[in-house]
Every structure is written in C-alpha cells, then in structure tokens.
Design a protein around this ligand. Structure first.
Ligand code: NI
Length: 403
C-alpha cells in the first residue's frame, strides 16, 4: 500500500521569491496546517534587523515554506536527485526542509543566545515528542517522525538528505539569502539560483556542481559575505539584540534575589528546561506583550531597558579596546548607570565559506571536466582568496548614548 497520499489537486501558495510554493502530498499539507507550523507566522525571521531595514518583517513561516519549495524543486527537477531517491526519501527530505526551523523561539537567534538553547534541538523535540506534528507524520507512515528528525540532526542513513538541508550550499541558505535580500532591499544578497539548479549533479552520493556552474557559486558565496556584513551582523541590529540580552539578564538577577514577581516570562526565567506546551506560548507577539507590561515595572532598570526597546533608544557602539572600555566604565559610573546592564562587548567573525576539513562535511564540491571532484577553494580563485585572506572581525562595545 502506498502511504503517501496526494492532495486532490496541487495546492499552491504565492510567494514573492519563488512565485509559487507547490504542495502535492497530503502529509505536507497537513503539517502546514498544524498549530505548531502556524506558530511560525508569529516569529519573524530576523531578530533585530528590522531596526535597520524597516521592511524586514518577514516570518519563519515564509522562510520554512521557501526551503520546502527549494527541496521540492531539487527532488523533482534535478535529474540526478530525482532518479537516485525513493519516493519516501523525497518526502522525508521535503518534510525536513519544511520543519528545519520549527523549533525557533521569538526573535530567532537572539532567543537562543538569551536562553542558551538550540533551535535544532527544539525542532527535533517538536517533531518526535508526541505533538500534533508527530501524530501527522506517524499516521502517514510509522517511523516517519524519527527519519525526518534524523535528517535535521545529521544522522540520516542517506547523508545526501542532510546535505540538501544543511551544508554550505543548501536549500536553507539559498532561501534565506534571497528572502532576506528581498525584504531588506539589499541587492547584493541576490544570486543566480536557476543557474545553480541547472548545474547540480550527484557524484558518489554527494551533491556536486558542474565546473560550468562555478561562477554562480562564487556569486552565491559573495552574496553570503555581503549579507552577513550588511544585514545579519549590522551593529544596530546587534545593538537591539544586546538590549534584549540586558533586559533578560536584569530580570533573571531580580528573580535570583526574589525581589520581583515576573508573570510574563516566568517559565523562561525560572525553569531549566521548558515543556513543549510552555515553549509553544513563546513567540514575538507574547514577548512584545510582555515588554509592553515591563515599561510599568517597579525596578528602574527593567523599566528603562523596556522603554529603550519599545522606542528604539538603542545603545551606541564603538570599536572595543581596553582603553575605550576603561573610559566608558568611568563615564557610566559618573552618569549613574550600572555597567552590568549598560555596557557590553560583542565580537563577530565573518567567514563566508569554510573549506573542507575533517569535522566539516558541508563543503562545496566542483565536478571538473575530467570527471574528478575538487573542493571549491581549490577550483575558484575568488573563493581561494576569501578563504586565505584575513578574516573580518568586528569587535564593538555597546553603551548608552547619553553618557
Ligand atoms: Ni532556516
């Protein structure tokens, strides 16, 4: 018996990046309509970037559908992949694409830093631990939920499936670069997706790119390079996320002293591990509602930080050095600020491509004309220069503008 029932007719969702998102299988459609997946409508894709790029309000919901669509195209339009995978493997990898970010919390990556959690871990829990999604997958085929989670945690029997979802050239990155470039209005995030798709081949069960596709890949890596510097690591976006960090630090410290009641973020602040029911409640909406209440908080620091978040009174930043920090500390003290909540260092490193080494299975491989494969940093002078040139570090320190 075939477990994989098709929808009565193809379902389509309009999308500004891919034109249409196309759904042919009932199990995919059911997952999209589950409460857990719909929750992603309430989580924006980019934590603090909308403080810089005002249209960057797009959601994890849109991105997850986009990743699914790219995987669907890979398994139906790329001959080598279509011929190699079974119908079950195709559905598993499409589901893994759809669900790879299901475990994201509010404010995306900022939330992971604040709570010390990983969204992949939550994704696997939500897929496997008796949620509505587990039920949909298990009703479709027994054992399906584990197989989908295994792709996300890189434990799939067929490594090609994980490579399609999470490597240095995967459906996840291709969708978020194009989508984030579109919604931020930054043209340098764009690249030639169709050319990449046309040059994908499979060699020794590994995804490779034909030599003639090398320029499209260089373009893709450069787009990553620019998007990281201009959008993801923009100092103003980081400043907003740092403010979130300070607010939670203060709330946690107050709880430790048992001075305050904290109804809005109680489970998050007091428990080591959240139940999935508690986790479900956390999204950008509930967080923002909580922040709105905190502007009336009796603790002056909580109140001030919540007001700064609401009104976009972000921290200023400058290059960090010992001398600068010493000066800032003195100024903070004079102005009556507690440096614990009003000053912090932040360092980011930019590496648009990491060449192959033992623990890194996600490298990009080029299929040369003679049939051999070469890792891209050995086949492209552009990537070679990026890999062997200096890494770009950005070390800054945040502080209130009025000191
Ligand atoms: Ni993603």
């Amino acid at each position: 018996m075939n477990n994989f029932i098709k929808t009565e007719e193809q379902k389509v969702l309009r999308d500004p990046i891919h034109g249409y998102i196309r759904v042919d299988y009932k199990v995919i459609w059911d997952v999209i309509n589950s409460a857990w997946f719909q929750r992603l409508r309430r989580i924006r894709q980019l934590g603090g970037a909308n403080m810089v790029y005002h249209c960057a309000e797009h959601t994890r919901f849109a991105h997850s559908l986009g990743v699914y669509e790219l995987v669907r195209r890979l398994v139906t339009e790329v001959d080598d992949i279509r011929n190699l995978l079974s119908e079950e493997e195709k559905i598993i990898v499409m589901l893994a694409g759809l669900l790879h970010d299901i475990g994201h919390g509010p404010y995306s990556h900022a939330f992971e830093t604040i709570t010390n959690t990983s969204h992949e871990e939550y994704s696997c829990r939500i897929i496997e631990n008796k949620t509505e999604i587990t039920k949909i997958l298990e009703t479709c085929k027994k054992g399906l939920s584990k197989k989908v989670a295994d792709v996300i945690r890189h434990k799939a029997k067929n490594m090609l499936l994980s490579q399609m979802i999470s490597s240095q050239l995967d459906a996840d990155r291709m969708d978020y670069l194009l989508r984030d470039a579109y919604f931020t209005g930054t043209a340098y995030g764009e690249f030639d997706l169709e050319r990449i798709f046309r040059t994908i081949r499979i060699k020794d069960n590994k995804l490779v790119i034909k030599q003639s596709g090398i320029y499209a890949i260089e373009n893709y890596i450069m787009s990553r390079y620019h998007m990281y510097l201009q959008v993801y690591y923009h100092p103003v976006a980081r400043s907003y996320e740092y403010l979130l960090h300070c607010l939670f630090k203060r709330l946690k410290d107050l709880k430790a002293k048992e001075k305050e009641e904290l109804p809005f973020f109680k489970a998050l602040l007091t428990k080591k591990e959240l139940t999935l029911d508690e986790y479900f409640e956390l999204d950008d909406y509930s967080f923002n509602w909580g922040f709105a209440q905190l502007v009336h908080h009796e603790d002056e620091i909580v109140k001030d930080l919540a007001l700064r978040l609401r009104d976009r009174h972000l921290f200023e930043y400058t290059d960090s050095s010992e001398k600068v920090i010493k000066e800032l500390k003195a100024k903070l003290k004079k102005a009556g600020y507690d440096e614990k909540y009003y000053m912090g260092k932040d360092a980011v490193k930019q590496r648009p491509y990491v060449p192959y080494h033992e623990n890194n299975s996600g490298a990009i491989w080029i299929l040369m004309r003679d049939g051999s494969t070469k890792e891209i940093s050995n086949a492209s002078t552009v990537v070679y220069s990026l890999v062997h040139g200096p890494t770009i570090d950005d070390n800054i320190v945040f502080f209130p503008a009025d000191i």
